[in-house]
Design a protein around this ligand. Structure first.
Ligand SMILES: [Zn+2]
Length: 681
């Protein structure tokens, strides 16, 4: 799931101090009555009912594309990271220590005077490399060389038309192999190159202006820059044609083409493979998953046919694009100009906030260790494990009693569930950054060092058995995930704070918020993608044909539901793109409610602030999804994000749940009651 917040540490300290002097305080309800809009009835629009006043009083800040509970949590976390980093920067931590490194990295990022003074110098070697291209073979060599340019804090992919990484072998999940995926697109998705509606055309026009402006800043004459922008769009459109759609990409079997490097090289012989593999330190003897062979074939024909000058200008643009947000102000500003077009934001995030995020991306475990020390009490981890195990036991019962699964399928589903690994808070072992060299000056050099270390770390796993210690997110991240080949669910420390998770709150609210998130991540193990992986994380069918058909029918119900929702301006979700997340929400909430009821062990739970336990459960759930989005960002999300918009994550899910209808006495014919109710289990 993508995104999803108050103060665990403060609440704990409060409770501990009180406990000495007085009996423990009564748990609070965990629901926020001031957020409600009672003029909107719960059975008309529950999302609005629960969040209306909050939404009206909290317009989206100019620097953000969306705003809601998860974003409030994120902002609070940035502030915490800022405090940690400013004190690390001011401390006398010894040279080479992690505290010194995060402090110095942050300082170098904040030093805009040095960054501005450096101008284009930090990327001059790469610009020279591109300028030196004379012959066709030079293009392939430059693509190989630029793979390790390492100009982005996040990720370590190159700036060329494809990326090389490490992945678990989908069909032998205990092995790590190389992975080669398509890339090279500067617009958010392949469809942006082809859509003919006015909005899409205007985005392409803005893109042309943006590319031309960037090239002008770098020193190209305006007329030449404008025609270069056209060339760049044409080249990328050709790459986009050979790129899978985001719906196609959801089918893991379509992304699995294991082969030898010899076979991969045969798809694009014009590429300088030995140079590339050597540059990356990837062993040629190990297999590779070429995710999109057709894409590689396209790169080959373009390497043969597209003019050398086209490649040169495209590489220059890609270099500028990848470095721009970390370069001098004119580049950074122009980079932001295009973000405005895509998201509708009008102000840049303050520098400190971009620098906390950059430090998290570059040295995530070092910053994460400091964050966890300060903001993640062991009690939170213990309580989370309890919740996870309670949901697991509930799901086991659901599976065992499933009326539509054959005994064999039930057995396989139960085996998958019992082997889920639950990661809570942070990794058991922190990553080693001893080889990362960080100075207080030279921001881009710091990024390069961190990127080189990340690349060596991940690519170094190729050919080795799976390391289960690794996380896909850093500890302060406000998010959670399920990883099918590892069959694991993970909840970084960052998400374990109110209103998502509150040690001081009553259980009904915690189950409705974080409980539903746990259920959601477990549900991904059984969604359109996850259900294709077995207990060991291998891409292998474990369903009987009849059961699979039943499952597909249930999934289709959710696809149809989302296709039918008009989100405004005549826009709709793409049901097939959001089905996995929507199934996770529906299955997750159903499961969390049952787990909550199970946790009561037959004892009645109290009415609090006038609401029954079941009502508080649903209120907490809808509160998490209080997100509002700018119109431009909404379009971007509908086109690219597998997560439905917050309003529909709440309402569309609840419309399917008889337990919700009962809790708020909604009747047939009410907007919150769907005629055909979808059900997963
Ligand atoms: Zn999800």
């Amino acid at each position: 799931m993508k995104p999803f917040y108050i103060a665990i540490a403060a609440a704990l300290t409060g409770a501990a101090t009180l406990a000495l002097a007085a009996p423990p305080p009564e748990p609070k309800s965990g629901i926020d009555l001031e957020a409600f809009d009672k003029t909107c009835k719960p059975c008309d629009d529950f999302w609005r009912h629960v969040n209306g006043t909050w939404l009206d009083k909290n317009p989206i800040p100019a620097r953000l594309a969306s705003w809601g509970s998860m974003f409030v949590m994120r902002e609070a976390n940035s502030e915490r990271l800022r405090t940690i980093l400013e004190s690390a920067a001011a401390s006398s931590a010894p040279a080479g220590s992690n505290d010194r490194k995060i402090g110095d990295f942050y300082t170098s990022c904040m030093d805009t005077a040095a960054i501005d003074a450096a101008g284009l110098k930090p990327i001059q070697p790469e610009l020279n490399r591109i300028a030196a291209i004379r012959a066709r073979a030079d293009v392939a060599r430059a693509i190989a060389a630029l793979h390790t340019a390492g100009l982005q804090v996040r990720g370590f992919g190159g700036i060329g038309p494809f990326g090389v990484g490490a992945t678990q072998d989908f069909k032998n999940s205990s092995e790590t192999i190389a992975m080669l995926g398509g890339g090279g697109l500067s617009l958010p998705d392949r469809d942006y190159y082809f859509k003919t509606d006015d909005k899409s055309k205007s985005i392409r026009d803005a893109f042309l202006k943006h590319v031309a402006k960037m090239l002008t800043l770098e020193g190209t004459e305006p007329a030449a820059a404008a025609s270069a922008a056209e060339t760049i769009l044409k080249l990328e459109t050709s790459l986009a044609e050979a790129t899978m759609t985001n719906v196609e990409r959801r089918d893991p079997s379509k992304r699995y083409k294991k082969m030898t490097w010899e076979q991969a090289a045969a798809l694009a012989p014009a590429m300088d493979w030995p140079a590339l593999l050597k540059q990356l330190g990837v062993p040629a003897s190990q297999p590779v998953n070429v995710m999109e062979p057709a894409f590689l074939t396209r790169v080959q024909s373009m390497l043969e046919a597209s003019p050398i000058e086209d490649w040169k200008v495209w590489l220059r643009w890609r270099l500028l694009r990848s470095a721009a947000s970390n370069l001098a102000k004119p580049f950074e500003d122009e980079d932001f100009e295009f973000e405005k077009v895509l998201t509708g934001v009008t102000e840049q995030l303050p520098r400190w906030q971009r620098c906390t995020a950059a430090t998290d991306a570059a040295l995530g475990d070092a910053l994460g260790e400091a964050y966890v020390r300060k903001h993640f009490p062991p009690e939170a981890k213990r309580r989370m494990l309890e919740l996870v195990e309670n949901l697991r036991a509930t799901l086991k019962e659901e599976i065992e009693n499933s009326p539509w699964m054959a005994p064999e399928t039930r057995k396989n589903a139960a085996a998958k569930l019992s082997s889920f690994e639950a990661k809570i808070g942070y990794a058991d072992r922190w990553r080693d950054y001893s080889k990362v060299s960080i100075s207080r000056k030279g921001y881009l050099a710091n990024i390069r060092s961190a990127a080189a270390n990340g690349r060596a770390y991940f690519l170094g796993k190729i050919g080795k058995p799976l390391d289960r210690n690794d996380w896909g997110m850093t500890p302060p991240t406000v998010n959670a995930y399920y990883n099918p080949p590892k069959n694991e669910i993970a909840f970084p420390a960052g998400i374990l704070q109110p209103p998502m998770f509150d040690l001081a709150a009553d259980d009904a609210a915690n189950y409705g918020a974080i409980g539903a998130v746990i259920g959601h991540e477990m549900g991904h193990g059984f969604d359109d993608q996850g259900s294709k992986f077995d207990a060991a994380g291998n891409l292998k069918n474990w369903w009987t044909p009849q059961d699979r058909e039943q499952f597909e029918k249930r999934a289709q119900c959710v696809v149809d539901q989302f296709n039918s929702i008009d989100v405004g301006d005549g826009l709709r979700h793409n049901g097939k793109l959001v089905v996995g997340e929507a199934l996770g929400d529906l299955g997750g909430l159903t499961l969390a409610l049952k787990a909550y009821q199970r946790s009561l062990k037959g004892k009645p739970a109290p009415v609090m602030e006038g609401y029954t336990p079941a009502q508080r459960f649903f209120i907490a759930f809808a509160r998490v999804w209080s997100t509002q989005v700018r119109p431009a960002a909404m379009r971007l999300r509908l086109n690219t994000d597998p997560h439905p918009l917050g309003k529909y994550r709440a309402n569309a899910t609840l419309k399917n749940m008889p337990e919700f209808h009962q809790a708020f006495q909604c009747k047939r014919g009410d907007a919150m009651v769907r005629e055909t109710q979808c059900q997963l289990w």
